[in-house]
Design a protein around this ligand. Sequence first.
Ligand SMILES: *Cc1c(COP(=O)(O)O)cnc(C)c1O
Ligand SMILES: [Zn+2]
Length: 419
Amino acid sequence: MSLSLSAEQPAVPDVADDGVWLECIECGETFAPFDDVRYTCDECGGLLEVRYADLPTFDDFEGHGVWRYAAALPFEAGVSIQEGATPLYEVPRLEDEIGIEALRIKHEGMNPTGSFKDRGMTVGVQVAKELGVGRLACASTGNTSAALAAYGTRGDMETLVLLPAGKVAAGKIAQASLHDARILEVDGNFDACLDIVQELAAKGEVYLLNSLNPFRLEGQKTIGLEILEGFLADYDTVPDRIVLPVGNAGNTSALYKAFRELVQAGELDEDDVPKLTGVQADGAAPMVEAIENDADEVRRWDDVETRATAIRIGNPVNAPKAIPGIRETGGTAVAVSDEEITDAQRALAREGIGVEPASAASVAGLRKLRASGVVDDDERVACLTTGHLLKDPDAAAAAGGDPEPVPADTDDILEHLQQ
Ligand SMILES: *Cc1c(COP(=O)(O)O)cnc(C)c1O
Ligand SMILES: [Zn+2]
């Protein structure tokens, strides 16, 4: 299996351009990276991965943010708004409450547009420039559209986003709108939007920047590299486990790829690779179902529902990359209720960390797995929080306390405060 942790570095094919090529994860067919627009394998329709003749070592990394990791990426630089270099917060109270050796929160909400999608877009929009395509597009539960709009306009390209009507948080639509995307509100769910945008891309109408696009995942690998460097600096060891919310499973795939490349480069011991642990909402948990049933394929859920709109996805397109990642690292997947998600959102907020509901799923999942004994008390764990609180102001206000109306008078207010 080409996605195993112990896979050898493949031979460099003739189609490689400057040591970079695309390879099908199913049949192994290779393709030149920037000659034609291509999202999946011409031969078998499988998912593609970006491959490199030279894999980087930790010593190759210099600078700040996503492009610190240029040695692990297809370019030296891209269309950038200074993405990456997000905080790896300590959360001593939450760590105590959950009862583990160490807990850190990698807060991806601190990216330029407030989610990790920026890391993928800085690379993906650069590829669009290399290919010379005209119009960029994505289907989105919100954050991809915000990031695509910002990076697209910064790269001076037109952007089109397809959103499920009524299911996208207010902050995200506001961003796509102000950053000048053309927004189509589709009368259907996210998976339907993705089907349509894939068809538009196949007709050559748009360049697709969903996480099906293998270059997006290259940028998102840098989350894993930052977490590893942060843990090595603070604990002199990599984390035992990384817990993350799962929607299309792009991040799960990207983190696994980052670790696989470090293992291949001899920079990370196979046994030390963090256990990738995915969390979904009860109402949208096809990956959890596949992992629990030890299935190789994910069954598409047609009806999905959760307050965590960013992971309201029934057909995770990157499952063929993510399932080996969870299995090979000894990780697992777990589903949590909307109530557990909101509780975790409040717990993070008490530590001063403001996240949107989907992000809190990671902490909710960790809590649940620790309570059931799947996670040991001696583990050092990183939880990924994927988006900022302000992305979904309605969810935040609903989870928090209500404002109290008072007269504009100090004495009245003092009296009110006695109550
Ligand atoms: C996109 C997104 C996810 C899902 O990530 P995948 O890589 O698709 O699994 C989770 N949380 C937030 C906030 C997101 O924007
Ligand atoms: Zn193939």
